[in-house]
Every structure is written in C-alpha cells, then in structure tokens.
Design a protein around this ligand. Structure first.
Ligand SMILES: C[S@@+](CC[C@H](N)C(=O)[O-])C[C@H]1O[C@@H](n2cnc3c(N)ncnc32)[C@H](O)[C@@H]1O
Length: 254
C-alpha cells in the first residue's frame, strides 16, 4: 500500500483501476471489478454470454492440452481470411448433429487453422478427418495440437493438406464439411463448384456447416441442390450464424 501511495495520490490509490493493477490484489476482488465493469458496458445478458464464452475457450484448450485461442493475422490477401478459432459450443453442437445424421463420417474442415475443430472431431469415432489449410504455419500448429491431444482421439485417420481450397479436389467419400468464415465469397463460389463436381462423380448426402458473419450472405442458401435443415446455436455477442445444409442426392439437380 505504501508503494502505491508514494506514486499516486491517496484518492487515486483507491480508484478501482489503480487499486486493481497493484500486485497482490485478491483474485476475487479483481473478478468482482471486471464483472461489474462488463455488466456496465454490455448489459447483464451480453456480459454473461461473453464471460461464459471466455470460460469455455480456456477450459476447452486446457482439457485437450492444445493452444488454439490466440487469433492470428496471416497476410493472405483480401480474399482469404485470418485465423480465429470456432467457439467450442458451436463445434460440439455441429459434431453432435453430424454424428446423428451419418453413421460413417468422413469430415473435411476447410481452413482448419490451428486444428481446434479437428481436435474435437478426433474424439468422435469418425472414419476419416481431413484438415485443409493454405497456410503452412497453421498446419504446423494443427499438427502439434493434434499430437498433444492424441490420447483422447478415437479417430486414427487424420490427414492435413496444405492446399488452396480453390484447387483442392473434394474426396468422393466426404460426407460432412465445415467452414468457419475461411475466405471471401469469390473463393467460396469456386469451392462450391468443387463440392458439386464431387457430388456429380458420386451422388450422396453431404452435411455442410457454414459458420459466417450475420451481415454476409449464405451462398449455399441459393443452391437448388442444397436445403437448410438446421441452424446451430451461436453465442449472442459473436454476430455469427451457422446454418446447416444438406445436399440432395438427385443426379439431375442443379
Ligand atoms: C477463421 S480460420 C478457421 C479456423 C478453424 N476452421 C477452426 O474452426 O478453428 C480460417 C482459416 O482459413 C484458412 N484459409 C484462408 N484462405 C484459405 C484458402 N483459400 N484455402 C485454404 N485455407 C484457407 C486460413 O489460413 C485460416 O487458418
């Protein structure tokens, strides 16, 4: 306390921001201060949603022993987006839905980043999991994360592909696809063509989870060979939505 009074006025010393910056301030006091400030800024419901979100983020990474929380700028140009991980709760809901719809899952994550989605998918008994990313550094981080959580994995066949999604040929056994806002609509249109080519070679039902910004259109909604079957719950403060689409197996469609 004396150190603080030496450097700040007495009134300053007891201002919350100064008081809480001092080393040794009890954790509970700091917590109460941050909770009050967050409620004051965001309102009760939104503050609760944010607090819950950050707790799940920390707990999720700690549970798997991985590091995926830190967003990362990647300098990939305007058409391809930076790294940011998907909310654990969206991942859980999405994988549950996929498991309920398909018995033998071959799962593809477009723009897998540091591999959070792959790590959680690996805890399911999927036949095969493919993580695709254009950025080699992201794939190296994904590889490291997957090796750290190996003892929790139930799927042994996990493949990492370093490729641009625009040129990647969709394997004809893929029946579940996830995209978390990896690239612009220009790239997505080409990717949709690649998916369609695979469906023409091997007609089948593919479940597509497309997590994207609420103010951007969903091009899957305009396809006559896809129909929206559900939407996953997304934290209210994130301004994201996650429709789930199912492809039609009709050869003549589209
Ligand atoms: C928002 S992150 C998604 C992270 C991951 N899917 C997850 O859920 O945790 C977007 C990722 O897409 C990758 N990406 C961007 N453009 C790409 C492209 N054209 N082809 C493949 N990957 C791309 C980026 O390198 C980045 O890692």
């Amino acid at each position: 306390m004396r150190v603080s009074v030496d450097h700040h006025s007495v009134a300053d010393t007891f201002r919350p921001a100064v008081f809480l910056q001092r080393g040794g301030t009890p954790l509970l006091l700091r917590l109460v201060y941050h909770v009050r400030r967050s409620i004051g800024t965001h309102g009760l419901l939104r503050a609760f949603s944010i607090a819950w979100f950050h707790s799940c983020e920390r707990l999720g990474d700690a549970w798997f022993g991985i590091e995926t929380r830190q967003p990362q700028p990647l300098d990939l140009g305007t058409l391809c987006y930076d790294y940011e991980a998907t909310d654990y709760r969206v991942i859980k809901a999405g994988l549950r839905l996929i498991s309920a719809r398909h018995r033998d899952v071959v799962f593809l994550d477009y723009g897998c980043g540091k591999g959070r989605m792959l790590a959680v998918a690996a805890t399911h008994s999927f036949r095969r999991i493919i993580g695709l990313d254009v950025h080699a550094g992201m794939l190296a981080a994904a590889k490291e994360n997957l090796s750290r959580m190996r003892r929790r994995a139930r799927c042994a066949d996990i493949e990492l592909a370093n490729s641009d999604a625009m040129v990647f040929e969709v394997p004809d056994d893929v029946n579940a696809i996830f995209l978390f806002n990896p690239f612009s609509l220009t790239v997505l249109e080409v990717v949709i063509r690649r998916i369609k080519e695979s469906l023409e070679r091997t007609p089948r039902e593919i479940t597509i989870l497309y997590l994207h910004l609420t103010d951007e259109p969903d091009p899957f909604a305009d396809l006559d060979w896809c129909r929206e079957i559900a939407a996953l719950p997304v934290a209210r403060h994130l301004a994201l939505r996650c429709p789930v689409h199912q492809t039609s197996i009709d050869r003549k469609s589209g």
